[in-house]
Each structure stands twice: as structure tokens, then as C-alpha cells.
Design a protein around this ligand. Sequence first.
Ligand code: NDP
Length: 397
Amino acid sequence: MGKVLIIGAGGVGTVVAHKIASLTTVFTDIMLASRTKSKCDAIADKIGGGRIKTAQVDADNVPELVKLLKSFKPDLVVNVALPYQDLHIMDACLEAGVNYLDTANYEPPEEAHFEYSWQWAYHDRFEKAGLTAILGCGFDPGVTSIYTAYAAKHHFDEMHFLDIVDCNAGDHGKAFATNFNPEINIREVTQKGKYYENGQWVITEPHQIHKPLNYPGIGPKESYVIYHEELESLVKNFPTIKRARFWMTFGQEYLTHLRVIQNIGMARIDPVLYEGKEIIPIQFLKAVLPNPGDLGENYTGWTSIGCRIKGIYNGNERSYYIWNNCSHEAAYKETGTQAVSYTTGVPAAIGAMMFMKALWKRPGVWNVEQFDPDPFMDELNRLGLPWNEKFDIDLEL
Ligand code: NDP
């Protein structure tokens, strides 16, 4: 049992708050804090029961964060604000003696580039302070990393080829919208492609490699190799992997909008002068795009995310596919958000539970695949993200 502070009141924060509030035997006190307190209040009111306290905080302001941490005294911070805040929140956790969990690795605001090195550099400080930091506990990274750890533990002697496949076959009825924070999402999907092969990173043009893949219950969807952060930690933590790639589905309409947004300069992350004031085009764009947290109401269809793995077991070649399908409508019914927020928020809540139950508690900074996957996998089935697995099938890859 323990106290938790959730930072960030967007789509993901909404789901984390719902799930954590429902786990009454694990979390005694819950606070939801974000830049805009009214958003926290609205979430807390909707959940009801007086379970959730709220607060205003600028998570880029370390002294302000430390003050909040020292007054509320949580055991754990669940950071579901933006990746820009990761290091500030980790600094505040160290100063106030609080454990840490997030769903996305640090990204500097002025450069569309993400990697774990900045957060891994905190390992010794967290270890010395006797504090646990759990990195990347959403769906991807998060569940995909735990699926890989589970496969390594139970089904392979050596994993050789890992393909993470992420399909959103949902329809939100809008001409263009992103499923999580538009700024972070557009920065991620417009980057060059990158995958790992034989000890090296191979760089491609954006969306250069693509092919249709079949998703269970959905059918074929054009899938594109993009770079995704869990590849970095997975090839390090499972060194028998020879090739690791991440595939994401995009519709033609989405890609056309994306191309236009880039061509007209609206994806720029450098400041431009507008009527005597500096603005960052992608941040302005975020202000006019649909709020991902509000897409749920008319969202139909499913997401399907999983890992397709080939390797050796008991001297024989083996292929393995493990995945979850999540319904946008069911996610909305339960939490008022769509499946992308749901599939991120539920694992973050489970990770918080793993920490509170001392199942995932080890001083230092860790990626989720470095903990025992089994208790987490059990909770996925209980808390709304059941998984399926198939052996020795054609993985199409
Ligand atoms: P939203 O943009 O909907 O929500 C972000 C929240 O963080 C908002 O409430 C925002 O406040 C708050 N915030 C931003 N800056 C600050 C700050 N300086 N201080 C305090 N609060 C701040 O994003 P999502 O909910 O869609 O995503 C949340 C996180 O989840 C992101 O980091 C994203 O990358 C990650 N994610 C991870 C996935 C995974 O599978 N691992 C998948 C999807 C998302 P305000 O309302 O005032 O803007």
C-alpha cells in the first residue's frame, strides 16, 4: 500500500487516474497534478468518490515540484506529462527521495531526437539514494518490452529476430488527428526510419520500408518501419537479437496530411516570428488539432499491438506471436478516452502497482524488461489488456 502522485492530465493521465483509483487495496492516497489544474479537477470529479486530490504544478520547475513532493510525500511519481519533463521530474524525485515511473523517454524540446542515454545517466544517483526508476511503462515501450522479456523467459533459448507490430485500425471520424500528444507524435513519425541489424543501426528515409501485414481480427494493413525507443534498450538487454524492427500502420490519408504539414512548415520545432511574437509552428498546430483525449466518443475499431519473434528453443527454430487487441469503444466506455490512451495508461498503472507491491523495486534506473514479466502479465489479463499468443506460425517477416 502506498501514496502515488500522477503528473499529467491528458488522455493517458485520465486512464492512469481511473485505474489507480480502482485499485483500492494498493494505493492509499492519490494526487493528480498538472500544468492546468482544472483538467485534473475534471478527471477527479468524473472518477468521484473523493479518491483523488489535485494540484497545479509546472513540472519543468524543479523547486516547485520538490515543494509539492515534500508536502504530499508520495512513494512514487507516475510521470505521464510530456517527455520534455522527464529529467526535471527525475531531478525532483532525487531531491525529495521519491521513486519514479514514466512511459516515454526524454526528448529535448529543441531537437526531435530521443534516446535513453540521458535517463540511464541517472542510474548511479538513483541507486545511491535507494530509489527505483522504472522507464517506459506504457504499451510501446512498455508492454511490448515485457512481452519480449516474457518470450525470453518462457519460450526461447535464444531470440534472433524481433519485430514489434503496432496497428491502429480505428476510425475517429476526423480528417486528421493524432492519437496522443500531436507534438510528440508528429516529431516521432516524421523522423528517419531506423532499425537494428547485426550489431549496427540502419538508417532509412522516413517510411521507406513498408509492406502489408495481417493483424488478428483486423486483416491486412500497410505497415511502415519507423524508429521506436524500446528497440534501443531491448537489443542491449537481449544481446542474442540479430535484427529488431518496429512497424506501425498508417493510412494514406494520414500520410498525405503529414506530408502537407511538413511541406508547409507546420512541423517546424524552431521558433518563428509572428506578429512580433516568437511561436513554434508545431505547438501552434497542436492548439488547432483535435485533442487526442477527446477523440474517444466516436472512435470505432481496434488497436492491435504485439511482438513477432523468431529464434531457437530446445535446439529447434521457433516463431512466436504475442499481441493484444483493444477496442476503442470499450476503452471509451470505461474511462472516457480512446484505446491509444487506454493501452498506455493501463500498463503505467500496473507498473505502479508492481512497485507498490515491491515486485519491481530495485534501486537504480531500469527499463521494464529488466524486471520479472510474470506478475505484470497476469495483471494485464485482469485489468483490461488481455493477451494472446501463437507458436510456429508464418510471421510474414
Ligand atoms: P497530452 O498532451 O494529452 O497530456 C499531457 C499532459 O501533460 C497535459 O495534461 C499537459 O498539461 C501536461 N503537461 C505538459 N507540460 C507540463 C508541465 N511542464 N508541467 C506539468 N504538466 C505538464 O499527452 P498524452 O496524455 O497523450 O501523453 C502523455 C505521455 O504519454 C506522453 O509523454 C507520451 O509520449 C506518452 N505516451 C506513451 C505511449 C507508450 O505506449 N509508451 C503511447 C502514447 C503516449 P496541459 O493540459 O496544461 O497542456
